[in-house]
Design a protein. Structure first.
Length: 346
């Protein structure tokens, strides 16, 4: 939602963004391979700022977090991610059309300790052209589809809206995208209301080979959020996420149970900054459905949150479900890139 999170937050701080500070910048990446970047980090030991002892937040157990930054002007703006099956490595995309990847050192519970082996490279479109600076550079969501061999990464982009497919894993030379067919209603969502959340159906579920895609918002803030069950041929069945308050959808991921988890974000001058997690039962996710789901937890500015846009899910060795949430800092010094870890107990 650029009006609130970019035009306001980035606009207010236009004079102090990393783009305006050459000592925080490095030359634009023209190389076609990943370039190493040191990613710095600071541990976050509390989720609720006023209470460092509290770890339980509804069904969420806070494991820990990190604040990340780098002296690289293209770092930040992280808007989508996939993690390794054990949560030890991340491939992310930015809303300026870059791949950013890093490894995560964690303890046996999944608490993040440090990051290392950071690297960045421009994404490439279906014609072999770098995405940065193009009309399709605003990539907003990323998911791993294992229903095909080899597996593929699927990214959504705003503008007229569309989907790119990339072979997984991403090698040192970033591959050219393949365009995927999308239903016509996606092109009618509007430039800043596109597919903000995509989740590939689990291989052993009724959604295998399909994408669950949800728009950031409807035609207006008062409308329900449009969702699509997209088949491999681009045909889609519609559903809706019922609007509860002024939250926008920012990401979604399937849980090991086959249920869907949705990350939402709110920002306006009256209500401030908030994030919310919503749980949708797999049995309710059907064409034509209007889904309210269950709100698991809502956090406001009294918590360690920012512009939360990324949600990934993995299982710990003991079977516990681990959530990783990340924020899009819009490459502004007014915002932060956060990585937060929770155990989900449903």
């Amino acid at each position: 939602m650029k009006l609130s999170r970019r035009a306001f937050l980035t606009g207010v701080g236009a004079g102090i963004t990393s783009h305006a500070l050459p000592w925080l910048s490095s030359p634009a990446r023209a190389a076609a391979t990943f370039q190493s970047i040191p990613i710095r980090y600071k541990p976050l030991t509390r989720f609720r700022i006023s209470d460092g002892e509290l770890r339980r937040f509804g069904p969420l157990l806070f494991l820990g977090g990190l604040q990340l930054w780098a002296q690289e002007r293209h770092f930040g703006g992280i808007s989508g991610a996939v993690s390794a099956p054990d949560g030890s490595a991340f491939t992310t995309i930015t809303d300026a059309g870059y791949w950013v990847r890093f490894n995560l050192r964690q303890d046996v519970d999944g608490r993040p300790l440090s990051v290392f082996d950071g690297a960045i490279a421009p994404m490439v479109d279906d014609k072999g052209r770098p995405l940065p600076g193009s009309r399709r550079a605003d990539t907003e969501a990323l998911t791993l589809d294992t229903s095909v061999t080899p597996a593929r990464l699927i990214a959504s982009y705003e503008g007229r809206g569309g989907l790119f497919s990339y072979p997984a894993p991403i090698e040192e030379v970033p591959p050219r995208a393949s365009s995927l067919p999308v239903p016509a209603p996606v092109h009618q969502l509007g430039g800043n209301k596109g597919l903000e959340a995509i989740a590939a159906g689990p291989a052993d579920s009724p959604f295998s080979g399909k994408l669950i895609a949800i728009a950031e918002r409807g035609r207006s803030l008062a409308d329900n959020r449009p969702g699509f069950i997209i088949s491999a041929n681009g045909q889609a069945k519609d559903f809706e996420i019922v609007r509860h308050g002024n939250f926008d959808v920012t990401d979604a991921a399937f849980l090991p149970s086959g249920d869907l988890l949705i990350l939402e974000r709110l920002f306006n001058l009256r209500e401030g900054l908030q994030m919310r997690l919503r749980h949708i039962s797999a049995s309710q996710l059907k064409p034509g459905a209007r889904l309210s789901g269950t709100i698991l937890y809502t956090a406001d500015f009294g918590y360690q949150i920012d512009n939360m846009e990324v949600l990934t899910v993995h299982q710990r060795a003991d079977g516990a479900t681990i959530l990783t949430l990340m924020s899009d800092d819009n490459r502004s010094l007014l915002q932060r890139t956060l990585l937060l870890r929770f155990r989900l107990d449903l």
